[in-house]
Design a protein around this ligand. Structure first.
Ligand SMILES: C[S@@+](CC[C@H](N)C(=O)[O-])C[C@H]1O[C@@H](n2cnc3c(N)ncnc32)[C@H](O)[C@@H]1O
Length: 558
């Protein structure tokens, strides 16, 4: 029960701390009315009382305040006449308002959803939806929360308030006994990242067993269970309380279960957090003979496939990262955990993108460099190494594309295109490669083009096409020459990428022509290329070298 609520209603102790406060108050009264009690004892009782009675209010004040829809939900819940609703036959049971999850516990649940990056949450026992909405606020846009609630009346009560919140659409309420809903969910193979159990205490153990036995909780997923201290009656030896006993048995069962690890947080009436462990033969001896416990099962170095794509602790740079594909690559590498140097000829653009990454909590630095200039290339490498000690990932992306009919192509255009697209890429590979060869590890990813495979038309771009074909051969040669010294060199060949330039009036007719050549029926977005650069930068692609990864919506196949 919340302090705010307690101030409005006659106070009934509900949590261990509230009982301690109640007993201390009584003890203090007795002591003060007894002339034989030393003043020092009264003084100590007062100190203990201050400590116990001040805790909940302080937690409330020092925890983030709830959103307006949550505040409204709370106000409406505590001012509703739940006795009358029951007497009118609208609910099966008389619902005590102390049921409601309050601000502090709601904030804890919200934090846990954030921290576990949960996308799918299950709540067993919704009441008016305070916990459900708190958790939904932390879910991503495509996140989903299924709330099980016995009483149809509560769904009607909560829905209009959910509808007022931008997060309410993530919540689906399933009415009826929760166990029926769990069976339905298991039958359709549903799985959850987080579950909050807060319904009928006698069934806690059944819900828990069902969740684990039917794979409704993913590995590493979390179950939060409310009221697991149950007014202290789980550990008070002389307590014969039914619910207290149910929760004591529940706590013991979880403690003895090798499939999980758990902790009880003494918040309010006790909140247990349980994590489902990965399988290990040590903890599951009964399955040992049938399980092939190899790297496929447990992951390479214990890392499952998505973790093998992570780039934590890696140092990367991306050239031409001030805009377009390079900017998207830089964001992707940073999101995957790398520190990223943003290299661009235009220092202002490099600084802008570096700032974007910083706002996302990614370490980054801006480097101004013209990669057609050998001194600039060497300075770029030196600057990165002097700041971050090394380079693990070199993303050589900068390039230009000039159009002209071949009979009109000037040597100046040819030289400029080659000087950036091929000579510049070579210089970057060589300078970064020297750092990587010393450490025996590196990932080089060059940006080539679909034009290395086909001749895009109707535009004329001889020098671009041939320079990009050169980037592929450069990649293949370096990829095979350096692989035995720990360096993988691959390239990405994007199809036609949707950039603001393409939407100009003069290019619009070309876009229509290109679209008719693309099986996917659309141009590439820079975001279509992001996962590829992370894959090629990560250990997951270690057996890939000299490869040209073509991402063009099928255009080169028609
Ligand atoms: C403690 S309240 C839940 C509080 C809620 N989690 C919140 O955030 O405010 C318990 C709820 O569980 C529901 N409940 C009890 N038995 C149930 C069952 N067998 N199946 C589904 N819901 C049940 C009750 O109707 C009640 O609304």
């Amino acid at each position: 029960m919340l302090r705010r609520f307690a101030m409005q209603a006659a106070k009934v102790s509900d949590t261990p701390v509230e009982f301690v406060t109640e007993y201390l108050l009584k003890a203090k009264e007795i002591a003060e009315n007894n002339a034989n009690v030393p003043a020092e004892l009264c003084d100590n009782l007062q100190k203990a009382l201050d400590l116990a009675s001040g805790l909940d209010g302080y937690l409330e004040q020092m925890s983030s305040q709830e959103s307006e829809p949550l505040a409204e939900l709370y106000r409406k819940s505590i001012s509703h006449d739940w006795n009358k609703v029951h007497e009118d036959g609208k609910t099966f049971f008389r619902l005590p308002i102390t049921c409601i999850t309050g601000q502090v516990e709601g904030q804890v649940l919200k934090m846990l959803v954030h921290m576990s990056k949960a996308k799918r949450v299950l709540e067993i026992g919704m009441f008016t939806g305070y916990g459900a909405l708190s958790m939904a606020e932390a879910l991503p846009e495509n996140g989903q929360l299924i709330a099980c609630e016995l009483e149809p009346y509560l769904k009607e009560f909560a829905q209009p308030i959910f509808d007022k919140s931008p997060h309410g659409k993530k919540i689906t309420v399933k009415t009826g006994p929760a166990m029926d809903t769990l069976k339905e969910l298991a039958a359709t193979g549903e799985q959850f990242d987080m579950v909050f159990i807060d319904a009928d205490k006698h069934n806690y153990i059944n819900y828990y067993k069902f969740l684990l036995d039917h794979n409704l909780l993913r590995i590493d997923g979390v179950i939060c269970v409310d009221n697991t201290l149950f007014k202290g009656r789980v550990y008070l030896k002389d307590s014969a309380d039914d619910f207290g006993k149910a929760l004591r048995d529940f706590n013991q069962f979880v403690t003895d279960d090798p499939r999980v690890e758990q902790v009880i947080i003494p918040l309010r009436d006790g909140l247990t957090i349980i994590r489902r462990l990965r399988y290990t033969p040590q903890a599951n001896t009964q399955l040992k003979s049938t399980v092939t416990y190899d790297e496929v099962f447990r992951g390479v170095q214990g890392k499952q496939v998505l973790d093998r794509l992570r780039l934590d602790g890696k140092v990367a740079y991306v050239t031409g990262a001030g805009q377009g594909i390079g900017r998207a690559f830089a964001h992707a590498l940073g999101e995957a955990g790398a520190k990223v140097a943003i290299v661009d000829m235009d220092e202002g653009k490099a600084e802008n993108v570096a700032h974007e990454l910083t706002l996302k909590g990614i370490s980054s630095m801006a480097v101004a460099a013209d990669i057609s200039q050998p001194e600039d290339v060497q300075k770029m490498i030196d600057d990165i190494v002097s700041k971050w000690g090394t380079i693990h990932i070199a993303c050589n992306n900068a390039g230009i594309n000039k159009n002209s009919a071949s009979e009109d192509t000037s040597l100046e255009e040819w030289d400029q295109t080659f000087s950036i697209n091929l000579r510049g890429t070579f210089m970057c590979c060589q300078a970064a490669g020297r750092v990587m060869l010393k450490q025996g590890y590196g990932k080089i990813i060059n940006t080539a083009s679909m034009a290395s495979l086909i001749v895009p038309h109707p535009q004329k771009q001889l020098s671009y096409n041939t320079s990009k074909a050169g980037v592929v051969k450069l990649t293949q040669t370096l990829g095979t020459e350096w692989i035995d010294r720990g360096i993988r060199v691959n390239c990405i060949s994007p199809g036609i990428v949707d950039t603001p330039l393409i939407h100009s009036e003069s290019l619009e007719p070309l876009v229509q022509r290109w679209l008719s050549d693309i099986p996917a029926g659309r141009l590439a977005q820079v975001t279509d290329l992001q996962a590829a650069v992370v894959y090629l930068a990560s250990d997951a692609s270690d057996y890939m070298t000299g490869h040209n990864l073509v991402i063009e919506g099928g255009q080169s196949l028609w």
